[in-house]
Design a protein around this ligand. Sequence first.
Ligand code: ZN
Length: 386
Amino acid sequence: MDNKEFERLKNIYSQLIELVSTAKESDIMDEKLDCFFKMFQIVRACLEFSPYTHFYTQVLIDIIVKTYNTKVFRSDLLFKSDIGCFIENPEYSPNEFFEELEENEYNINLIMHEFTQKIEKISKKTHKKYMDFFETIRDLLIKDFMEKKSDLKERLELISKYSQNSTVKNLSTNERLYLYEAKRVFDIHYINTKPAHALFLDTKFKTKYICNNELSLQEKRLDVEDVVNLIKEKHIMAEEVYELANAEEQIRFELFKIIQNNFTINKCENCGKLFIPVTTSKNKNQKGRNDQKYCNNLYLDTGKTCREIGALNKRKEKVQKSPILKEFQREYKRMHGLHYNHTKEFSEKKFKEWSKKAHKLKDTYTDEQVQEFKTKLNELSNIYWK
Ligand SMILES: [Zn+2]
């Protein structure tokens, strides 16, 4: 992600500031509600930008809403969300009272309540003061996000390096976790409990179970076989999900999963992005074979993926190196051009016939015999076009 991308996020956040303060400063309930729903569209746009924005967007909205509701610059909320940053302006320093105050857990009803809560009329001067503060917060959040992104990238680069190594690949999951901890890629913060040495994950990943669907009370009372059938029919299952409290935890979680699953990470030779090579049925049987050099992302505005560009480059390189292929390609282009411009005299059928014979001819010569090949190919072409 480059700076231009972050500029885009900055724009989205500016819109968000505009929208939430409009809602707070309006005394018309319908307008407030309208903004509330628009806000979710913006939140979604942020998530599409990057799943990591989740925590930052939440904090930004929280700070705007609570600053209006409490008439205090609520920078304490930054620190409560574990976003470590330096606030230059002393006016924006966290308020002592609110610093001590424990915040309610974030939920939709509460956001709705605080979002629509009535406030005293805001003067133009206060509005300007608030806007400056929100913009400062916006920039601090984006700065933290950029730092976390580059920190994650550094750690992934290390994993990328180690994950290519077959001895590392063959370690057990627990050995591998220890290795990465030792290499400072992943802070597991292991605790040494004597006399037994133990490795503990110091993490607050909370596990929850969620259901995508439910059976009615009547359905639940059916015989077990019928219930099972219904579960199958409706594809109901309880899924294990993790609750992550902040971006740092999300990063840790993702690193943990990469190491746990023993993924190899490659660096694209075209665009330089890191990627996890896909195991296709073609290379599935060869364990540890992850020689994909190119990622599958669209490259700039070429409309082609790096993999496609890579294949083209490889082909070009091969042709460049081989006099026979070069000669063949030159003649092929010439003949195709003749066919294209004289479809009547040199029909599709004839061209294909020529092409088939020319391919065969090419395969019988080596690069050292390029002169003979040239003569023979010329003779062939002369039969079709004089
Ligand atoms: Zn690429």
